[in-house]
Design a protein around this ligand. Structure first.
Ligand code: 3UK
Length: 543
């Protein structure tokens, strides 16, 4: 059986990896049986209005913005008309989206889905050069952009004529998107996309090389809603979601838009979501489900305790999700101490779209990411691709209803081998099926013949009261091959000194196997991080 594509422009479809380079896909669960024709906007947005629930609150934002599902549908429909009638979009065209997290960004995302386009959301901090690489790689023809972020896009557009139609929103001019929306009808017949029509290309927050575009289908969007949120997060229709990851990062797209909407809940979109801003917004909006990165939890913990934001302490917050990088044992403990909440850790990736290994509050084990999410399979493989027994270090391999499809990229064959998606992470699985993160496969530290996982040393140092943040890498050493080096940001009231170095080294030797202690320690004011909160170890290595 073949499903006919709705795409008139088949650029992306033509650049799917050949079948033999694609991962194996699994659809065993009853909730993963999808019809041939599926548009994720119909399922996530229009369905609620059709069921008479259009007046439910959907999106909130600072400044008193409150949109119901009907409001969001009205906006998305009008924008879909603008795309088709005024900007000449045909199904399959790529539409660049660029905005801080806000309701108009969400409306634009759904407009692209409705019109059968392919959304290419971009991180707010990207500069013209990086935007240009994305425009070029995905042959982006259309863009919808928040006027606040216009400058870099204009620079990029000038260099890339393939991008021929741009509209700006939050701009009070006759040429602006809102003026165009006012001319259009608030009803729109969604394009009857095939379940396997590509609807988004998410670029990896990669650290080196040309960015990789990962392609996902309408079906994939619905599949991630059916797996982790339903089986692990278990949020309710009356929950209020909030968090920091950009909607251009699939962690944020799922956590702050797709997942709340899949259950008729509401989400708070913050254009800025630094730790102090989150701390202020959570009680103000009565937020109940939080998505952010480990460092953000760590920075918020003490104040979160004083403000009593956790439901066990009388506040609103009841579920806290951490992803993007490994959750240190010390951070989990600190958050629990101050809020009473056991965090939900989960590993996901842009290639897999969302989380595939995780544990809910009741099943969390400090130091482990969790167990495989229903709908997925995971194992740990050796260098030859054979499964290793429990307790042995190896490469994490996963398959499920979603998987890696790079847009015209040779690196497909690195991520996908023998039908498995290889995330590039070194893991150990224990006898109970819990997966323990060790390092990225390319940065395991090998010192004097010992395998040392940077996270374990980081976890240890973070337990010391003087340490605010730290990052650990291996640096070349003549005698030992590599030695462990820690970069440490001290908490206020502590100063770098030789005595502090010795203090931290002694502390490490008392806490973990002594051969793991950091032989070198360097103090920093701050650590290099990506916009998605990941420590940039390569930057620590380069200086
Ligand atoms: C690392 C983790 C340990 C790991 C992401 C949730 O982070 C996301 O996607 P990216 O493509 O990076 C993927 C890589 O990040 N990682 C993420 N979460 C964890 N390592 N513990 C974790 N809990 O190296 C992975 O391969 O930026 C996370 C949902 C959607 C996402 N895109």
């Amino acid at each position: 059986m073949t499903t006919r594509t709705s795409h008139v422009d088949t650029f992306a479809r033509d650049r799917l990896p050949p079948p033999q380079w694609q991962p194996e896909f699994l659809f065993e669960l009853p909730e993963l049986q999808f019809p041939d024709r599926l548009n994720c906007a119909t399922e996530l947005l229009d369905r609620w209005v059709a069921q008479g629930q259009g007046e439910r609150l959907c999106l909130q934002a600072p400044g008193g913005v409150r949109w119901t599902y009907a409001d969001l549908q009205d906006r998305a429909n009008r924008i879909a008309h603008v795309l088709v009638r005024e900007m000449g979009l045909v199904p399959g065209n790529r539409v660049l989206l660029r905005a801080p997290n806000n309701p108009m960004m969400a409306a634009c995302w759904f407009a692209v889905m409705k019109a059968g386009g392919i959304a290419v959301a971009t991180m707010p901090l990207l500069r013209a050069k990086e935007l240009g690489q994305i425009i070029d790689k995905a042959q982006v023809s259309h863009a919808l952009c928040d006027a606040a972020l216009a400058a870099e896009l204009q620079l990029a557009a000038a260099q890339h004529p393939v991008l021929r139609e741009i509209r700006y929103f939050h701009e009070e001019t006759p040429q602006g998107l809102e003026a165009a929306m006012a001319r259009q009808s608030p009803s729109f017949d969604n394009v009857h996309t095939a379940a396997d029509d590509i609807c988004l290309i998410a670029f990896t927050s990669g650290t080196t090389g040309v960015p990789k575009g990962t392609m996902h289908f309408h079906r994939d969007v619905m599949a991630v809603c059916a797996c982790w949120p339903r089986h692990v997060l278990k949020a309710r229709a009356d929950d209020v979601f909030i968090g920091s990851p950009p909607l251009a990062f699939t962690f944020g797209l799922g956590g702050l838009l797709l997942f709340p909407m899949s259950i008729g809940a509401c989400s708070v979109l913050l254009d800025k979501a630094s730790p102090p801003m989150l701390l202020e917004a959570i009680p103000r909006f009565g937020a109940t489900v939080l998505f952010t990165a480990p460092t953000s939890y760590r920075a918020m913990a003490a104040q979160a305790g004083q403000l009593r934001i956790g439901a066990p302490r009388g506040g609103s917050l009841r579920k806290c999700v951490s992803a993007g990088e490994a959750l240190p044992v010390a951070t989990r403990a600190l958050w629990k101490e101050h809020t009473g909440i056991e965090m939900i850790d989960g590993i996901g990736s842009t290639e897999m779209l969302h989380i595939f290994i995780s544990a809910d509050e009741a099943h969390a084990r400090p130091g482990a990411t969790g167990t495989v999410v229903p709908g997925y399979q995971a194992c740990v493989l050796d260098d030859e691709g054979r499964p290793v027994p429990p307790g042995t270090l190896g490469r994490l391999a996963v398959k499920g209803p979603t998987g890696c499809r790079y847009l015209a990229d040779e690196r497909q064959r690195q991520y996908v081998q023998h039908g498995w998606n290889l995330t590039g992470d070194a893991y150990i699985v224990d006898e109970d099926g819990y997966f323990h993160y060790q390092s990225r496969t390319d940065d395991l530290i090998v010192s004097a013949g010992y395998n040392i996982a940077a996270v374990e040393v980081e976890d240890c140092l973070l337990q010391h009261p003087a340490v605010a943040e730290c990052g650990v890498i291996g640096v070349p050493d003549e005698q030992r091959g590599q030695i462990v080096k820690a970069f440490v940001v001290l908490r206020e009231g502590h100063v770098p000194s030789q005595a502090m170095v010795r203090e931290l080294q002694d502390f490490a030797k008392r806490t973990v196997a002594p051969y793991k202690y950091p032989r070198a320690i360097e103090f920093r004011e701050q650590l290099p991080r990506t916009e998605t909160g990941k420590l940039q170890q390569f930057k620590l290595r380069s200086v």
